[in-house]
Write a protein that binds this ligand. Structure first.
Ligand SMILES: NC(=O)c1ccc[n+]([C@@H]2O[C@H](COP(=O)([O-])OP(=O)(O)OC[C@H]3O[C@@H](n4cnc5c(N)ncnc54)[C@H](OP(=O)(O)O)[C@@H]3O)[C@@H](O)[C@H]2O)c1
Length: 249
């Protein structure tokens, strides 16, 4: 089992939806697979999965709306009880178009940083009591996703070293800043035995990745789940891609 309980944000389509699907269909599925979306009424595919698998739960949340966090955490606490939340996957994200230097707008910078950077940090902060509860259930100093972890869905486009094309100001900046957050969280939460890592899913055929991307959601998520399952103390504070290869910051 990857972890007893997993919460993934942005699950009505794209990578989030495929995370829920593959976790539900896995041989040894988590006891609680919690997928969030902004509008349950507009999440038919996710609702279909939840109808078929009784360990799949849907909760509604706009990750930028901090006023919703309290009830979101309370719902998850009601489900997971004294076991807490083992794995938080901050997946929800946006990538605005037309962001070369002559086109980029401050509104795109603010919106993208809010969704891709501020929300994962504040949501992680909100779920800390539940992550700590899960971490405290195991003894010793080992770090693993089975115990307690936060996975931030980053992008190779957030790598400063790999940037040889320029542009994409909002998206690149938001994921580079998310990576900085991953690093700080990994240091701050180590004493609580909570692992934190940034993952790049590859370039994937979703609404965001577009139809020319080389990877299907099935290929990306199956490899990411194996990579996530293998994260350990050596991976704490790391930036890895779907197949486990370490990426430069
Ligand atoms: N696809 C790729 O090639 C690729 C590559 C590198 C990294 N990534 C990262 O992987 C993650 C998932 O990407 P994807 O390709 O699956 O994108 P996608 O198909 O565009 O889906 C994005 C998801 O995020 C949700 N979302 C956006 N803003 C939200 C908000 N304020 N509150 C809650 N949910 C929100 C969307 O919900 P709505 O339907 O309500 O908008 C949707 O479920 C993102 O963080 C992205 O940056 C993707």
């Amino acid at each position: 089992m990857l972890a007893r309980s997993v919460l993934i944000t942005g699950c009505n389509r794209g990578l989030g939806l495929e995370f829920v699907k593959q976790l539900a269909e896995s041989v040894s599925p988590p006891k609680f697979i919690i997928g969030t979306c902004r509008d349950i009424g507009n999440a038919a595919a996710l609702s279909d999965i939840a109808t078929k698998f009784n360990n799949v739960h849907i909760l509604q949340a706009d990750v930028t709306d901090e006023s919703q966090y309290c009830s979101l955490v309370a719902e998850v606490e009601k489900m997971t009880g004294t076991y807490g939340l083992n794995l938080l996957i901050n997946n929800a994200g946006v990538a605005p178009k037309s962001t070369r230097i002559n086109m980029v707008k401050s509104s795109q910078m603010k919106e993208t940083l809010l969704v891709n950077t501020v929300a994962p940090l504040m949501l992680t902060k909100a779920f800390l009591p539940l992550l700590r509860k899960a971490a405290a259930k195991s003894e010793g100093a080992n770090l693993s996703v089975q115990r307690a972890a936060v996975v931030n869905m980053s992008s190779v486009l957030g790598s400063i070293e790999e940037n040889d094309q320029g542009g994409l100001y909002p998206y690149r900046a938001s994921k580079a800043a998310l990576n900085a957050i991953t690093k700080s969280l990994s240091l701050d939460l180590q004493r609580d035995n909570i692992l934190v890592a940034s993952l790049h899913p590859g370039w994937v055929r979703t609404d965001m990745g577009g139809k020319n991307a080389p990877l299907s959601t099935e290929e990306s998520i199956s490899q990411m789940l194996a990579t996530i399952a293998a994260l350990n103390e050596n991976s704490n504070g790391s930036f890895v891609q779907y197949d486990g290869r370490t990426l430069p910051w």
